[in-house]
Structures are given as C-alpha cells and as structure tokens.
Design a protein around this ligand. Structure first.
Ligand code: FBP
Length: 556
C-alpha cells in the first residue's frame, strides 16, 4: 500500500544525520582500556557472569582498521517502550554494516525479544530502511516486552541464532533490556555460540545514564514534545484564569522527564519523587504543600496554576513505598493465587491479612483502580506506573483540603482542576535533530562493536553537548553497570537506574527557582520542536544535559 506522506515526512526522509568524526572515517579502530568492575556487588556479579565479567571499556577511533570486514549476519531487536529515534539506530547499523561489506545481511526480529525466541524476523533491505529514516515509532519491526529469561528462552535463542548463522544481535532497549542482553551474551558465550550481543541505551525515561552513558535516546524528543504541550497549557491557564491543571508525565520511577519539563516551562509546582523519598514526605504532606500554594496564589488573585507530577511519584512516598515493597514480596510468592481470587474486595481482604498493619491501612486508603494497578508487575518486575492516575488522586485530595480550609474560613480560594497525562504522545514523535543524529551514531557505533567481535557491551556516544563532530563513540561492558536489587522478592542483577540527584545541577537549579515560579507566573513557552532553522532553535540538547555536562549554570 502506498500511503500518502506529509510534507514533513518527505522533508525529513532527506535529512542526513550527522556522525562523529571518527565514525565518518574510512579507517575505524576499536581500542581498549583497563579491565572494569561494577561499583558494588562485584563478587555476586562475577559469579553470575563468569565469561563476560571485567571486560575493558572500548573506544572507537580513527586509525588502521582492526575490525572484521567479512560479510556478516546481524540481527536487531527493539525491546520495551517506544522512544523516538529507534529507526535511526537501525538505519545507522544498516548503513555502517553495508559500508564495511555490502554482502552483510541485517535481520529485524519482530515484536521484540519474543521474535528472537520464536525465530520471527525479516531481512532489512534498502527500501525498508529508506521508508523509516528519521521517523518516530518502532513500527519498522515493532517492539515487545518479553524477557529472555528462562532456560528454555535462552536455549530457543541459541537454536534460532545458530540456524540463521547469526554473528551478532543488537538489542535496543532500556536498563532492563540491556541487563537481559548481558544475560543472553553470557549464556551464548558459555555455549560457544558465535552470536555476539550489543545493547543500545533507549528510553524516554532518561534513567539509563551514568558516567559512560550520557543520555538514553528518545528522552530529548519526548521531553520537548511534553514541554510544548505544558507551555501551551500554561498559556491557556493564564488566558482562562480559572483552572488548576494537574499534569502527570510518563517516565517510570525517575523524575528526569518532569524535571526537564519544569526547566523548560517553569510550572507553579513540580513534584520530584526522589526529593520526596529523601525527605520521607508523606502523602498528606504533599497535599498540604500543594494546597498552600493554591491558597497563596488565590490570595494574589490567581485561582489557576500548573502542576507537574512524575508518574512514579507513588513509589517514592515513604508509606506507599514500604507497602509496594511488601506487595512485591507477597506477589513473588502468591501472584497466581491473588489474581485468581474472585473479586477486588477478596483481594483487598486477603492482602490486608498479609501486609503489615500500617501498609494494610495505606493500601485500603487508596482508590480501587490504584489498588488494582499496584498488584500488577511487568515481565521485569516493575509496577506499570503509567496506569496509576496520580494526578486524579492529588486533585481529589487537594480539593478536600481546600474545602476544609474554606469551611474554617481560612481561604477563599476557588479550586477547579483539570487532569492530564502526557506519555504515549511523546514516544513516537519525529526525532529531534539531536535524537536523529545521536541514534544514527549509536547504530553506527554498535555496528563497529559487532565487527570488533565484542559481546556483553552497551554502545555509547559521549561528549553530547559538543558539536556532533566531536562526539566520541565506544562500548561499555554491561557488567560494569550492574548492581544487585530485589526483584519479585529475589536478589537480581540489574543496571543501576539513574534517579534525579539532589546535589545534581539540574535539581539545584530547579530548587533555587521553584518558590518564585510557584507564586509568580514565570511560565516559558518552548513551542513545537523545530527541524529546520537556526541551530540554537533546532539542535540544542536538553537543559538537563547542558547543566550536567556543559558546565552551564542555567541550562540556557
Ligand atoms: P522503557 O523503560 O521500556 O523504555 O519504557 C518507557 C515507558 O514509556 C515508561 O515511561 C512507561 O511507564 C512505560 O514505558 C509504559 O509501558 P507500556 O508501553 O507497556 O504501556
């Protein structure tokens, strides 16, 4: 079917993503540093990854080529939530492998890691790749959340890869998927398989970052999409002057998405889950904090405002967090039994007997829909936070509080609230120039790591606040990024999630300004993502990245 294309689709198809200088070179080398170890739990991790533990950091440089130039067979799979730029990773991988040897074949596994286990794939051709260059979404080969975990899953991959004669597999995913990729790499190596596994850091959540990985791809585009919408809502709020907008933003546990959007738009309130956890703030204290700002703004004649809340908030509120951890342990033992119980009230009754007293009280105080969501876990053991309507919970509680204050004659505030959730809207946007270039470079870099015969690595591109010419690509051994965490009641190796740091520059900048933003209308309007025009409008990285890496004090 020949689908009609928009003017932007046609113009973006012609965009040639920029590559770091070393990746553009005809002669590419991979060089190595010293052996590595994770920051914590080194002994546990060494036992679990005996064949891939301690590998050195790899750096891709210009120089006499020391890479395999024979024709290869390389697979690629998209894992987990969509993030803008995934197609460009595949395009970069494809172009680099074909440039090294046109006889190389690239296969896309369909619908995520499940495609690897089921042996479902298609060969990627020039026509397919060209159709998807610089587009958002993962629809070229689709994604999925299956986890290659059980012995039979690993064995199925081994068999399928051997049948295909696969030299390498590139796994495009977040922290959990890159961890899973490392488990697969270790298993395949122990089985003397020739298939090498390379991960790519993907997630709009921005939580897969560390000293080696400066940013996960997709974050840049997603936060700019949400910031445009939040800016529009700020403008609507100051025009209608009658609504408080409560906006929940996707991003799982970490508050990077919310924080970046706050830096871009200056809402009246932005809750940062990590701060709430650090201070041990209770739900009631959060409600009091919001109500206080509502009352102060009302006293200044402003019965409107904008609040941003990260989707992960509930997991960080001290009493709810304890309760969720207890629930995870109970689910680790009795998940099937609990879900087979007749109805919601039976589940609540059963859990009340299993949870500690305080947790049982917290659980029963939550609305029914939130109680049910908290009983779900994805294949990696995470609560599906995008389904928890935290903004509605807060709106209801603040409403009750204001009503109470009014009944005591302590305020005349009018509190009329509207709830929003921005998440899926940002995951498949056309990648920004930054994400288009970054993703293409990641794919191009991943191809070199496969050619270098490396396995159990995540590709990285560093120096991201500089011009793309100065970006530096390489590979980080996954075992170096692992730590042990409790998942479904069991200690499990996982890549350490990056949370917002209280002593990090992005949070400090926000904290220094939020009181002013709360009362005065300091809204900023970033507008829609621009692909063509002045570089300061089209190519700027996020304020988070600028503050973290650029040495700039305002992210401006
Ligand atoms: P990843 O960690 O897989 O990148 O997921 C990103 C994300 O968009 C989260 O922000 C969100 O909580 C989750 O996916 C939603 O999952 P689903 O797509 O399964 O509804």
């Amino acid at each position: 079917m020949n689908r009609e294309k928009s003017a932007l689709q046609i113009a973006r198809a012609a965009y040639q993503p920029r590559l770091p200088k070393a990746l553009r070179a005809g002669n590419i080398r991979v060089e190595f540093g010293a052996p590595t170890a994770p920051a914590t739990h080194a002994e546990d991790i060494k036992k679990l990854f005996p064949d891939t533990f301690g590998q050195p950091v790899a750096k891709i440089v210009e120089g006499d080529c020391n890479l395999n130039s024979a024709p290869l067979k390389v697979g690629v799979v998209l894992s987990g939530g969509q993030a803008p730029g995934g197609h460009n990773v595949i395009a970069g991988l494809f172009d680099a492998l074909k440039a090294a040897n046109p006889a190389t074949s690239v296969y896309g596994f369909l619908k995520g890691p499940g495609g690897c286990m089921k042996g479902k794939y298609k060969e990627l051709t020039n026509e397919i790749i060209d159709e998807y260059r610089n587009t958002g979404g993962f629809d070229m080969i689709m994604s999925g959340r299956d986890k290659i975990e059980k012995p039979e899953d690993l064995a199925a991959c081994l068999e399928n890869f051997a049948e295909m004669g696969l030299d390498g597999l590139v796994v495009i995913g977040g922290d959990d998927s890159n961890t899973n990729a490392a488990v697969l790499a270790e298993y395949l190596k122990a089985q003397n398989s020739k298939t090498r596994i390379i991960g790519v850091p993907k997630t709009i959540d921005g939580d897969m970052k560390n000293e080696q990985i400066e940013a996960s791809f997709g974050f840049d585009t997603a936060v700019k999409t949400y910031s445009e919408l939040i800016g529009n809502i700020c403008r609507d709020a100051t025009s209608a002057v009658k609504y408080w907008h409560f906006i929940r933003l996707m991003g799982r546990a970490a508050s990077h998405v919310g924080l970046e959007c706050a830096l871009q738009t200056h809402p009246n309130i932005c809750l940062i889950s990590e701060e709430i956890q650090e201070k041990g703030t209770t739900l009631q204290e959060i409600v009091d904090y919001i109500a206080d700002i509502v009352v102060k703004r009302a006293a200044a004649g402003k019965n409107y405002g904008v609040l941003v809340v990260p989707e992960g908030l509930v997991e960080f509120i001290s009493d709810i967090k304890v309760m969720i951890d207890e629930l995870s342990n109970i689910l680790g033992k009795d998940e099937k039994f609990i879900h087979e119980l007749g109805d919601h009230s039976e589940r609540v009754q059963y859990l009340s007997g299993q949870l500690a007293d305080h947790s049982a009280r917290v659980y029963s105080s939550l609305p029914e829909d939130i109680q049910e969501v908290l009983l779900k876990r994805d294949s990696h053991g995470n609560v599906p936070l995008s389904q928890v309507e935290t903004e509605r919970l807060l709106m209801d509680l603040v409403h009750d509080k204001i009503k109470h204050l009014k009944s005591k004659g302590e305020t005349e505030a009018k509190f009329s609230s509207l709830g929003h959730f921005f998440g899926y809207e940002g995951r498949c946007a056309f990648p920004t120039n930054f994400d288009a270039d970054y993703c293409y470079s990641l794919g191009y870099g991943a191809a070199q790591l496969v050619r270098a015969d490396l396995t159990g690595y995540t590709v990285n591109v560093q120096n991201l606040t500089k011009s793309s010419d100065e970006w530096v690509a390489g590979g980080t051994p996954v075992t170096m990024m692992l730590n042990m965490e409790m998942r479904k009641g069991r200690p499990t190796p996982v890549i350490k999630k990056a949370l917002v740091e209280m002593d990090g520059k992005p949070f400090k900048f926000f904290a220094a300004n939020r009181d002013e933003w709360a009362i005065n209308d300091c809204y900023m309007f970033p507008g829609a993502i621009q692909y063509f025009g002045p570089s300061e409008v089209c190519d700027a990285p996020t304020k988070t990245l600028l503050l973290e890496k650029g040495g700039c004090e305002s992210g401006g």
